[in-house]
Design a protein around this ligand. Structure first.
Ligand code: GLC
Length: 414
C-alpha cells in the first residue's frame, strides 16, 4: 500500500486509484500474481487488490457470471479461461485500443480466440496444454519405457504398481488425473477421445460428433483405470489433488498442466529431480498425441470505474518481462512465441522447448463454435463421462444420449 500523497508524486499529480484483480490460486498462482501487481503498483503508485477465486474453473465461472450479471464494478480485471471469451464478451471492454500494438506479438490462435465480433475482449496471459508427468527413477528401476500409447502407459502402471505394493508401499498408484465432474474432466476426456481420433465433441462446423466408435473405445479404456491403476478417489480429483499424490511420491504417472513442474522441482518436493514430462500418449498405433489447449487471459470489465488504469495493469502483466518471470518461477507457459527461445526460460523449463508443438497446437475445446452455449456443452460432456467412469453408465449409451442432448441444444445453430 502506498499513501495517497506519495502516490500523487509518483503519478505526477494524477489521482491514484485502486484496481481490483481476480487471480487464480492453483499452486503458486496467487503468489505470482501478487508479485506481478506489486511491481506495477510500485511503478505507477496505484493500489491493487487481489481477490482469489475457487480453484475449479466451473465454480469460478459461475461466480464471475453472478458478478457480471449484476453489473458489479467490484472487480476490474478478470482472469478468464481460454474457453470463456464467447460467454463473457458482452461484459468486457475492447482492449485493442489500450495495447499500442503489443497484442500482435502473442500467439495468433489465442488472439483469434479472444476476439469476439471484432473486439479483443481479453489479452493472453498464459497458455496451457495437458502433458504427461512420469517418474524417471521408477521407469528405469523397473525397466519400463516412457509410454507412447495409452496401452503402454496402462501396462507399465500395472507392473510398477504391483512391484511397489509388494515392496510395502500400499499407497502407491499407477496413474492420477482429473476425474471430478467439472471443466478439468472435459479437458482430460477430450484428450482421451482426440488421441483415439474420436474428434472434439462438436466439430468446427458445429456438428455434434461425439457418438463414434473411437470415442467409445477411449472411454472404455479410461473407465478401466478406475480402481485398477487409479484410485477410486480420482473421481473427485482436480489438478491439485492429482499433484498432491504425485508430488508426495505416490504415483508413477500424472496428467496435469505445466504449472505442476516448478512445484515438483521445488526444494521441498520429495520427487525433485525424478520427474520427466512428455506429450500425452496416443490412442493406439493409428492415434495421435493430444493435449487439450488450456490457458488464461486477462479481461477488463465494462463495469469498471477505472478501465484505462485496469487496461494498463493488463498490459504490464501480459508483457515480455512479466511472462518471462512467471515462466521461470512458476512454469507458466508464455503466450509470446519469442519466450520459447529464451535461454533462461528453457533452462528453467526444458520441456517448453521440447514440447513447443504440443503448446502451439493444443486441441481446442469446442468453445468458439458453440459460443454462449459452451458451458452447457461442457457440463453435459463431463457429466456423461463421469457417469461412465463411476460405472453408472456404459460408454455407448452415455455417448448416444449425450449426442442427442447436444443436437437438441444446437438445433437452431449455436
Ligand atoms: C487449466 C486450464 C484451463 C482449464 C482448467 C480446467 O487451468 O488452463 O483452460 O479450463 O485447467 O481445470
Amino acid at each position: 500500500m502506498i499513501g495517497s500523497a506519495a502516490a500523487c508524486l509518483l503519478t505526477g499529480g494524477l489521482q491514484a486509484a485502486t484496481v481490483t484483480i481476480s487471480c487464480g490460486a492453483v499452486g503458486a498462482e496467487r503468489q505470482l500474481c501478487e508479485e506481478g501487481v506489486a511491481a506495477w503498483s510500485e511503478k505507477t503508485g496505484n493500489d491493487v487488490q487481489v481477490v482469489s477465486t475457487p480453484n475449479s474453473a466451473t465454480e469460478r465461472l459461475s461466480l464471475y457470471q453472478q458478478l457480471l450479471a449484476a453489473q458489479s464494478g467490484d472487480v476490474d480485471i478478470f482472469q478468464i479461461d481460454v474457453v470463456w471469451p464467447g460467454m463473457l464478451a458482452r461484459h468486457m471492454i475492447d482492449l485493442a485500443p489500450h495495447m499500442d500494438g503489443a497484442e500482435s506479438k502473442h500467439f495468433e490462435a489465442l488472439l483469434r480466440n479472444n476476439t469476439v465480433d471484432g473486439r479483443l475482449v481479453a489479452m493472453p496471459w498464459f497458455t496451457d496444454a495437458g502433458v504427461l508427468y512420469y517418474r524417471k527413477d521408477l521407469l528405469e528401476q523397473y525397466d519400463q519405457p516412457v509410454p507412447k500409447t495409452w496401452e503402454q502407459l496402462t501396462e507399465s502402471a500395472e507392473a510398477v504398481m504391483k512391484a511397489q505394493r509388494e515392496a510395502g508401499n500400499d499407497k502407491f498408484w499407477g496413474f492420477v488425473w482429473q476425474g471430478r465432474a467439472y471443466e478439468g474432466l472435459t479437458c482430460d476426456a477430450l484428450e482421451w477421445v482426440a488421441s483415439h481420433n474420436g474428434g472434439t465433441i462438436v466439430n468446427a462446423d458445429g456438428d455434434v460428433t461425439i457418438d463414434n466408435p473411437q470415442a467409445i473405445e477411449a472411454l472404455e479404456r479410461a473407465s478401466g483405470w478406475v480402481d485398477t491403476i487409479s484410485p477410486r478417489a480420482v473421481l473427485n480429483y482436480t489438478e491439485e489433488e492429482a499433484r498432491g499424490v504425485f508430488q508426495s511420491g505416490n504415483a508413477l504417472f500424472m496428467r496435469n498442466w505445466p504449472y505442476a513442474w516448478s512445484l515438483a522441482q521445488s526444494d521441498d518436493s520429495p520427487v525433485k529431480g525424478k520427474v520427466g514430462v512428455v506429450a500425452l500418449p496416443k490412442g493406439g498405433e493409428g492415434g495421435r498425441h493430444a493435449g487439450t489447449l488450456g490457458g488464461w487471459q486477462l479481461a477488463v470489465s465494462k463495469y469498471s470505474e477505472n478501465p484505462d488504469l485496469a487496461a494498463d495493469l493488463v498490459r504490464y502483466l501480459t508483457s515480455y518481462e512479466e511472462q518471462k518471470r512467471r515462466a521461470i518461477e512458476g512454469s507458466y507457459n508464455p503466450t509470446l512465441p519469442e519466450l520459447y527461445q529464451d535461454e533462461d526460460v528453457l533452462a528453467a523449463v526444458p520441456f517448453f522447448g521440447e514440447l513447443f508443438e504440443t503448446f502451439k497446437n493444443g486441441v481446442p475445446r469446442p468453445s468458439s463454435v458453440t459460443g454462449e452455449n459452451y458451458g452447457r456443452v461442457s457440463n453435459a460432456f463431463f457429466n456423461s463421462v463421469h457417469d461412465v467412469l463411476s460405472g453408472e453408465a456404459e460408454p455407448e449409451e452415455a455417448l448416444g444420449s449425450l449426442e442427442r442432448d447436444l443436437r437438441r441444444l444446437g438445433r437452431r445453430g449455436w
